[in-house]
Ligand binder design. Structure first.
Ligand code: PLP
Length: 388
């Protein structure tokens, strides 16, 4: 019987405990497992290689993304790195010029060591992508919507162009989760997640996952994750699975509030620009509508008044919290230039269009009226502090 993604998220693995009939899947913390006898290993022997709790999370994620298998690792960065581990010194990766700062830093650092060749490209610019693909890279990494500018990339178009050039495509689906976007169905070969964000959703676990379209790729990645020892901790997998149960209702509610916040900001005189794909004025609106099942709960905006206004705004918020990360039940504000994207360096930020006036919001589950009221009062204070 095929089950809907909502059912998979809410109930995969429920009531299947063979030992005691526990309804909630048990947490298996053991680091090693007995052999049944000489040369008779059981399903599991050592938790770095395989663990029932982590495997249940991997199975749930693979089903939600429509993949053949998944590997759960310690962090989102480890997930990005696991996909990059497929590349050798002669291979190339085409990455987005405005991706998450940590991804940019990782790719630049490994390329500088000669571990592969990297090109950072505006993937919304078809000519630039075509030029990068002419070098026959092995992998194209897509992040859509991008962090923090919320640019939307056409996954199906990039996948078709990449396939024609002999490249695999990996999509970082952290910003939307499989509840709102399924890149494998659009032609991607891999999906990458920072499960730290919407999948866990409660800001109390750092984790990552790679989901592969093909079972042989999933097996190869699982083997490499065991060799390098980046597999995720069982307790983290347990917590993440617990958070995942409510993924759909959380993100659906959060994106409703995000839409309200975006339309409030778009009308505010202290706001120079709003980046939210749900706004009809957003350059990626039509594409987002076509390839996503919702516009998500992340947005960014440019505040007028320079650094004094930025400083006053982040000091004035009361319902929002000044912190990195995203996708949790609480609303956060981050200043990418000094926080999430500081590792990219000023020049790469300039090329990507990440200005010092940009603020990123992750919308949580608070009442949207409180969120809008908080932004209104903080913008009012920023206006008084701003450059004139
Ligand atoms: N990918 C995206 C889009 C992110 O926003 C982040 C973190 O913010 C990561 C990957 C890295 O994930 P982690 O912090 O879990 O290592």
């Amino acid at each position: 019987m095929t089950r809907s993604p909502r059912t998979i998220a809410a109930a995969n693995g429920i009531g299947r405990d063979a030992a005691f009939g526990a309804v909630a899947p048990p947490l298996h913390l053991a680091s090693s497992y007995t052999f049944a006898g000489f040369e008779r290993p059981r399903t599991y022997d050592y938790s770095r290689a395989g663990n029932p709790t982590r495997d249940l999370l991997a199975d749930t994620l693979a089903q939600l993304e429509g993949g053949a298998g998944a590997v759960v690792v310690a962090t989102g960065m480890a997930a990005v790195d696991l996909v990059l581990s497929r590349l050798g010194p002669q291979d190339g990766v085409v990455a987005p010029h405005d991706c998450y700062g940590g991804t940019h830093r990782l790719i630049a650092a490994r390329a500088a060591k000669g571990q592969f060749k990297a090109a950072f490209v505006d993937q919304g610019d078809a000519a630039a992508l075509e030029a990068a693909l002419a070098a026959r890279p092995k992998l194209v990494l897509v992040e859509t919507p991008s962090n923090p500018l919320m640019r939307v990339v056409d996954i199906a178009a990039v996948a078709a162009a990449a396939k024609a050039a002999g490249a695999d495509v990996a999509v970082d689906n952290t910003f939307l989760s499989p509840a709102l976007q399924q890149p494998l169905a659009l032609g991607a070969d891999f999906v990458v997640h920072s499960t730290t964000k919407y999948l866990n959703g409660h800001s109390d676990v750092v984790g990552g996952a790679v989901i592969a379209a093909r079972s042989e790729d999933a097996a190869a990645l699982a083997a490499w994750a065991n060799i390098t020892g980046v597999t995720g901790a069982p307790f983290d997998a347990y917590q993440t699975l617990r958070g995942l149960r409510t993924l759909f209702p959380r993100i659906e509610r959060q994106q409703q509030s995000a839409a309200a916040v975006a339309s409030f900001l778009a009308r505010h005189p202290q706001v120079a620009a709003v980046h939210y794909p749900g706004l009809p004025s957003h350059a990626g609106h039509a594409l987002a509508k076509a390839q996503q099942r919702g516009f998500g709960a992340m947005l960014s905006f440019e505040i007028a008044g320079g650094t004094p206004a930025v400083r006053r705004f982040v000091e004035a918020v009361r319902v929002f919290t000044l912190a990195e990360s995203l996708g949790g039940i609480e609303s956060l504000v981050a200043h990418p230039a000094t926080m999430t994207h500081v590792g990219m360096g000023a020049e790469a930020r300039r090329i990507a269009g990440i200005t010092d006036a940009l603020l990123r919001l992750s919308i949580g589950l608070e009442d949207e009226r409180d969120l809008v009221e908080d932004l209104a009062q903080a913008l009012g204070q920023a206006e008084e502090a701003g450059d004139r």
